[in-house]
Design a binder for this molecule. Structure first.
Ligand code: F0G
Length: 466
């Protein structure tokens, strides 16, 4: 057996990548305010900004696009999607939305009262934004080790039940509409949650009348880790594991742009009929009819097909192994990273990489993502103090323990050869790490500041002498 099996797909359509030279890249990142979100796609060589909506669709999905029933009401593609989600996830009701945050908006608006608390296994940017917008306080109840890049645990995304219990004791279960349980945990490094933990969270929550709402965005990756790491699950299929995971919950939000293998879309699921009725009332105000929720019929068809394809063990095993491959190459060169390697990305520990910079004033992860682009054309994303934003009440910066850049691998897009290039680029930059300057704000937006904020280097050059 090969250590890393080759891509389990053939390539039948290709897309040219951006090929800017050094001077052009330096000009491009400067024009983008040293924020990789603001680069043009064509300016990037290998684009690891995100795995969201960047999936390559299969021949069957492309064929599915031609089956789009673009009816305003009752598109047959919706019924296909609904039937697929019900079968695979096991929830009773499915409300389509334009993407994950559309589902988060509806769930948060309908269930949160001002003054409530929403516990979660680490925050996600848009998820917390919608919780706070509706008057809730987010409480992180993930295990402490999740905040330590060096702690090696099989299920580093697990909830700390004592923290969850302490919150219930402190504020009262009546002020906790639901616990948001992310599988896997994006900002912890794509770390999974075990079935044992999901079960225990569900028991504790339900004992107090608190709902369990999954963030199902990366549930297929989570199921892969359960299959390969949790005793008793080796012989179960990905489909069986997903079904069991969700059987302990009351619903989920889903960004279809990740594990549904499509480029746009999302949905909200629940078992509660009253919540479903109210969600349908709200989806018409913000997304569209409950039979399309902001998606074209063809997109719903591609999503139904993609979600089923994602249950294929060959597919998900190759995906997660690509991440491990990149991680092992960087590790051999001593690059500091969040470990174990997660399900969708390698998170480079920017604080350890740029140990001459200060997190609060130099924004090491923001500087590192800009510098990596400058030397290689590889685009990554800051996941540190800039992404964490400010406290709504005090206006102070949230100071996350993890200060990282995320090398996010799009699904079925890049080959191992592309990852070799990425590894070489990071390793080359690691050798020059002390030449990298910190950044300072030029423009700081009020909400979700990482998307459109602008910066400049504190020193004359971003990478001295480059
Ligand atoms: N939940 C998780 C765990 C996510 O990673 C995302 C998106 C969302 C919810 C929101 O979904 O984008 O469809 O509205 N994550 C992207 C990323 C943006 O790059 O990690 P959306």
């Amino acid at each position: 057996m090969m250590k890393f099996a080759p891509e389990p797909f053939k390539i039948k359509m290709v897309e040219k990548m951006g090929t800017l030279n050094k001077e052009e890249r330096k000009a491009a990142i400067k024009a983008a305010g040293y924020n990789t979100f603001l680069l043009k796609s064509e300016e990037c060589f290998i684009d690891l900004l995100t795995d969201s909506g960047t999936n390559a669709m299969s021949d069957h999905q492309w064929a599915g696009l031609m089956l789009g029933d673009e009816a305003y009401g009752g598109s047959r593609n919706f019924y296909h999607l609904e039937e697929t989600v019900r079968e695979l996830f096991g929830f009773k009701y499915v409300v389509p939305t334009h993407q994950g945050r559309g589902a988060e908006n509806i769930l948060s608006s309908l269930t949160i009262k001002p003054g409530d608390y929403v516990p979660g296994n680490m925050y996600f940017t848009t998820t917390r934004f919608h919780q706070e917008r509706n008057g809730a306080t987010f409480r992180d109840v993930i295990i402490d080790e999740a905040h330590d890049p060096t702690a090696i645990l099989d299920f580093k995304g697990n909830v700390d039940l004592a923290k969850f219990q302490a919150l219930i004791d402190e504020v009262g279960a009546e002020h906790i509409p639901y616990i948001c349980l992310a599988v896997t945990v994006n900002l912890a490094g794509g770390q999974p949650v075990s079935i044992a933990n999901i079960k225990a969270v569900s028991e504790l929550a339900h004992k107090h009348g608190i709902k369990v709402m999954f963030d199902a965005t990366r549930c297929v990756e989570n199921a892969y880790f359960i299959k390969t790491r949790e005793p008793g699950y080796q012989d179960k299929t990905i489909k069986e594991i997903i079904h069991e995971m969700f059987s302990y919950g009351d619903g989920c939000t889903m960004s279809g742009k990740k594990d549904c293998l499509t480029n746009i879309g999302g949905f909200l699921c629940m078992n509660d009929e009253d919540l479903y009725t109210r969600a349908c009332g709200m989806v018409v105000q913000f997304e569209g009819m409950p039979s399309y929720g902001g998606m074209a019929g063809r997109d719903m068809e591609a999503m139904a097909i993609g979600l089923r394809e994602a249950m294929d063990y060959e597919y998900i095993s190759h995906r997660v192994n690509q991440i491990r491959y990149l991680g092992e190459k960087l590790d051999a060169a001593g690059v500091p990273m969040v470990k174990p390697y997660g399900g969708h990305a390698i998170f480079v520990d920017a604080r350890a990489f740029l140990d001459h910079l200060d997190q609060a004033t130099d924004f090491p992860a923001q500087a590192l993502s800009a510098a990596l682009y400058e030397i290689s054309g590889v685009r990554t994303m800051e996941r540190g103090i800039i992404s964490a934003g400010r406290d709504n009440v005090t206006g102070e910066d949230h100071v996350p323990k993890l200060e990282t850049i995320r090398l996010t691998i799009p699904r079925r897009v890049y080959t191992y050869a592309h990852l070799d290039y990425v590894a070489d680029a990071v390793i080359e930059l690691y050798k020059k790490r002390h030449d990298i300057s910190g950044l300072r704000w030029v423009y700081e937006p009020k909400a979700l500041r990482f998307f459109t904020g602008r910066f400049e280097p504190r020193n004359e050059e971003l990478i001295k002498g480059y």
